[in-house]
Unconditional design. Structure first.
Length: 322
């Protein structure tokens, strides 16, 4: 039997390729269908926590439209020179002959990482080339985008629907993934629901968790055991947030050294993002904290020592509060 891990990263494998694959409310699905049907659409700013489908939406749309597009990774290309050369040159040239869509599309992922000068230059390009090029921007922190862009763009927040129907669709999609991958799972139903819904509305966390646990368990997952480890992750986050608020570096260091190695970093950063406004009442501090959380989360993909990454973000957040 072919092992599911032969197909690589499950989160990428199950990225939606069709609009009906996308887990979102009907209003947003209608909006996507209107775009694909050839109707006009504005520049779009997609916001939401990690794993809610921002980048998946952008890539799916250009594929369905067969549009000529430029993809910019905002975490790697942040400066004004990128806007003046790469984006400006793309917008100024004719569309690829293979393109079937009347507009070219520029996708900027993690838009919040662009410098203020780059964002200001981009605002001008969005206005100058609006008749030939559409811009789709994604961000985890929309407040990091300059007001001149936020006020001129169609804003969509993904993952903000907590309705019973949406959570049911989310849950059944995860169950369906396990069935398609021949992953055998056991456990009390309430524990299965508790573990899989812990990451809602992010799909990246539960899918990555499913893959890691299935690899460790030879394509089997015991949710009765897993639920205890997930709860430990939540308790860890509660304690870390308490230390940050108290600015207690010494106790935070001891606690991270003892327990940090067993923590799921994706869930940890998701919790920090969700509870960001508990850490400060100052708007400038919150903006800087949000940026640092995003930066350190990106770095966590390449870390071999979880404790070092966790210390980095915790100490940084405490310093911002000083």
């Amino acid at each position: 039997m072919k092992r599911f891990l032969d197909d690589g990263i499950l989160f990428l494998k199950y990225r939606p390729k069709e609009i009906d694959d996308f887990v979102c409310n009907e209003g947003f699905k209608t909006f996507m269908k209107e775009i694909v049907d050839g109707k006009e659409f504005p520049h779009i700013l997609l916001s939401g926590i990690h794993g809610t489908g921002k980048t998946s939406f952008a890539k799916m749309i250009v594929d369905l439209l067969n549009a000529d597009y430029l993809f910019i990774n905002g975490s790697k290309e942040t400066g004004i020179d990128m806007v003046r050369t790469k984006i400006n040159n793309f917008c100024s040239t004719r569309a690829n002959l293979d393109s079937e869509y009347k507009y070219k599309i520029v996708i900027i992922d993690e838009m919040e990482r662009l410098s203020i000068s780059a964002q200001s230059s981009l605002k001008s390009d969005m206005e100058i080339f609006s008749t030939t090029t559409k811009f789709i921007l994604t961000t985890n922190n929309p407040l990091s985008i300059i007001p001149e862009i936020r006020d001129r763009i169609y804003k969509v927040e993904l993952g903000n629907d907590s309705s019973k129907e949406m959570k049911k669709e989310y849950f059944h999609k995860l169950i369906d993934i396990m069935k398609k991958e021949n992953i055998k799972y056991t456990g009390d139903k309430k524990n299965i629901v508790s573990v899989l819904m812990k990451g809602y509305p992010s799909f990246r966390y539960p899918i990555n968790l499913i893959q890691m646990e299935a690899i460790k368990g030879n394509n089997k997952i015991d949710f009765d055991k897993l639920v205890n480890r997930v709860d430990e992750n939540e308790d860890f986050s509660d304690t870390i947030i308490k230390f940050i608020k108290e600015k207690n570096i010494q106790e935070a260091h001891k606690f991270i050294c003892e327990y940090g190695g067993n923590i799921n970093l994706t869930q940890f950063y998701k919790t920090l993002s969700e509870r960001l406004f508990e850490l400060s009442d100052d708007s400038e501090e919150i903006l800087e904290m949000g940026k640092q959380i995003s930066d350190k989360y990106f770095q966590s993909y390449t870390t071999n020592v979880k404790e070092v990454n966790i210390m980095g973000i915790v100490f940084t957040l405490i310093m911002i509060k000083e």
